[in-house]
Design a protein. Structure first.
Length: 663
């Protein structure tokens, strides 16, 4: 070539760079790419596809998980709880309530209201964050609790750095909000992340990253800030575990070292280890969870780990109750603080005054309430998830008088009837088949079975054809039993509001109060002259005097007698008073329905009155007040029709006979 830059390229035959000696070059690229996103190096997962590594952060999560298994001694530990919450159905309303509850009073170091913060601002608008997430399919919730979080004066910088690292790992900007809680022994941050990436697509995170990646990133930041735990810190933490009434790392070591007969020796690898084991075994023996055998040998209880977990949970519950009463400025001895167990043999109803409510598990949205019972003791009641009688637990009024009863997992008579009819109708159920099966049944009665099937359909237990017929499986009853068991697990108790108003409001009010109903029933409640029991006795005496002054009752030789129409007259007085207020508000007159009368109109709202809960039914020229039922609540703004029957009413949603009837 005359010029070294003057040349003509010629393409030759494509050659293989691997052959028998290794994979082709393209194969190497595909294998590396697959490994980066969390797959196997060879491009295929021999264990089958599980979806655990699908989503953003798969490769990083896998790498961090591997590194976490060989964590150095003295590494700072962080607990991270992650949860994906779907926002369809009632999920959106529950997400709003969850965010509102996280910002409740008493969560800061100073005992003040928690503040929502974000990437750049220490105070952000929760309503605006919720509005941005309207229509999202899901959201992520994280609780980040550093083991040494108490050493931080402020957790915000740590949280922001963690979210920045997550954005780098996931390759997208995150829309998040957080609030820090210092109301427990372990300061922690609640972080809510929208389920959208920076391009508006659904944000999908790999399971490996959720379970181990975030925790590893948080631990890295903790180590940068505080350095590794010194031998002195580790020793101090272990010494604290010796007397704790919960499952500890020492217990786990003892359980691992026990033989087949659960016998373990107090001897340790060195003097310090032996002191820890001996001290802990002595503590377990005092708790009745270890039996001394002599020669520094002990036999551990067969259910040691589970028992210690339960003891730890009980301790957390007692501390929750003590904090609640401290905020209320009241005192309760430990002997008068008990946990209501609906599964206990003979567990019956609990009546008392609602003192406090809150989240028992802030991560899973499981609620609790504290009830000052008629027995003079304070009861911690785990109410589970969801609503109680159409009301969220969070909305139950403090001071209200409630009745708690164990939830029952029962197969209803309607379920058996549906199964019988379907068995004789080719595995299908509909109203026509019901009426053919039972000539005495009415269409209204058959509609109650349709409502039951609708509830089962939403739970995946029943299936409806486009024609309106229902497909009933041969094992329908077994499926219903499993469904009812799940419902009881999610909501172990039923909460009934006996009076939305506190006792002090019931003494001289013109309304049919809970006290009046109890007095008329003539079945005195078993009360103890302490706490709510003592308050109730005093309220009953004062209410009797008021009823006598109003000529609704009188004292005689055989005790107190009440006017036959006392309850209805008192209820009518309250309804007329409230109706006058509503008339001034909506400029419509009040119509008082009689028993057996037809009620038609639009359901506008519910009212919690002293006499009970009532529904406002608005018509073209007037409105009326009728007893409220939980099934009405989803139909606000809809036309309803019904017939008054005593203290109840049979409703029909819609303006035709084809509308579903509800009682």
């Amino acid at each position: 070539m005359g010029d070294e830059e003057d040349f003509t390229p010629h393409l030759g035959r494509q050659r293989s760079y691997g052959g028998a000696r290794g994979p082709r070059y393209l194969g190497r690229i595909l294998a590396a790419a697959n490994l980066a996103r969390g797959g196997a190096a060879g491009g295929q997962n021999k264990r089958g596809f599980s979806g655990s590594r699908t989503g953003r952060g798969a490769g990083v999560g896998r790498l961090l998980a591997t590194r976490g298994r060989v964590a150095a001694k003295g590494a700072r530990r962080v607990i991270v709880k992650a949860r994906i919450v779907r926002l369809s159905g009632k999920g959106a309303a529950a997400a709003v309530a969850h965010l509102r509850y996280l910002q409740r009073d008493g969560t800061t170091r100073e005992g003040e209201r928690g503040t929502l913060y974000g990437r750049e601002s220490d105070t952000i608008d929760g309503a605006a964050f919720t509005a941005r997430g309207a229509g999202d399919r899901h959201q992520f919730r994280f609780i980040v609790s550093p083991e040494d979080g108490a050493l931080y004066e402020d957790l915000k910088p740590l949280t922001r750095r963690l979210m920045a690292r997550m954005e780098e790992d996931l390759g997208t900007r995150l829309d998040w909000a957080a609030v820090d809680h210092f109301n427990t022994g372990h300061p922690h941050s609640h972080i809510i992340v929208r389920g959208k990436d920076d391009r508006g697509g659904d944000l999908i995170l790999a399971r490996d990253y959720l379970t181990t990646g975030i925790r590893a990133r948080a631990a890295d930041l903790l180590a940068l800030d505080l350095g590794p735990r010194s031998s002195r810190e580790i020793a101090a933490g272990l010494r604290l575990e010796v007397e704790q009434e919960r499952l500890t790392s020492i217990d786990r070591s003892l359980i691992r070292g026990a033989d087949a007969d659960r016998v373990v020796a107090a001897h340790g690898s060195d003097g310090f280890d032996q002191a820890l084991r001996s001290g802990r075994l002595a503590k377990l023996a005092r708790m009745g969870l270890a039996e001394p055998l002599g020669a520094a040998r002990f036999r551990l209880a067969p259910d040691l780990a589970d028992t210690l977990r339960q003891v730890g949970e009980r301790g957390d519950i007692i501390r929750t109750m003590q904090r609640a009463y401290t905020r209320l400025g009241a005192e309760r001895s430990l002997a008068d603080q008990v946990i209501y167990n609906p599964k206990a043999p003979g567990a019956g109803p609990l009546i008392g005054r609602l003192m406090a409510r809150g989240l028992a598990d802030e991560h899973a949205d499981r609620y609790h309430i504290i009830v000052d019972g008629l027995d003079g003791r304070s009861h911690y009641v785990a109410t589970g998830t969801g609503a109680a009688l159409g009301q969220d637990v969070e909305s139950l009024p403090i001071g209200a008088i409630v009745e708690i009863s164990p939830a029952q997992a029962e197969v209803r008579q309607a379920d058996h009837m549906i199964a019988v009819i379907a068995a004789g109708n080719g595995g299908h159920y509909d109203i026509e088949a019901h009426l053919r099966h039972d000539a005495r049944a009415t269409e209204t009665y058959a509609q109650t079975h349709i409502r039951r099937l609708e509830a089962l359909r939403r739970a995946g237990v029943a299936e409806r054809e486009p024609s309106g017929r229902w497909i009933i499986a041969e094992d329908h009853i077994a499926r219903v039993e499993a469904y009812e068991a799940r419902r009881v697990e999610a909501r172990p108790v039923a909460v009934k509001i006996l009076s939305a108003y506190p006792l002090e409001k019931l003494l001289d009010i013109e309304a049919a109060t809970w006290i009046d109903r109890d007095l008329v029933a003539g079945s005195p409640l078993p009360v103890r002259d302490a706490g709510f029991g003592a308050a109730l006795r005093d309220a009953q005496a004062r209410r009797r005097q008021w009823l006598i002054a109003q000529e609704f009752a009188e004292n005689g030789r055989d005790g107190m007698t009440f006017a036959p129409n006392m309850l209805s007259a008192l209820q009518r007085r309250e309804l007329l008073r409230v109706a006058k207020e509503i008339t001034n508000e909506i400029k419509l007159p009040f119509h008082d329905p009689r028993n057996g009368a037809q009620v038609d109109g639009v359901y506008r709202r519910s009212l919690d009155l002293v006499s009970g809960r009532f529904a406002v039914i608005e018509r073209a020229y007037d409105f009326t007040l009728v007893p409220w039922r939980p099934v009405l609540e989803p139909h606000i703004g809809k036309a309803v029709s019904g017939i008054m029957r005593g203290d109840g009413i049979n409703w029909t949603i819609g303006r035709g006979r084809s509308g579903p009837s509800i009682s």
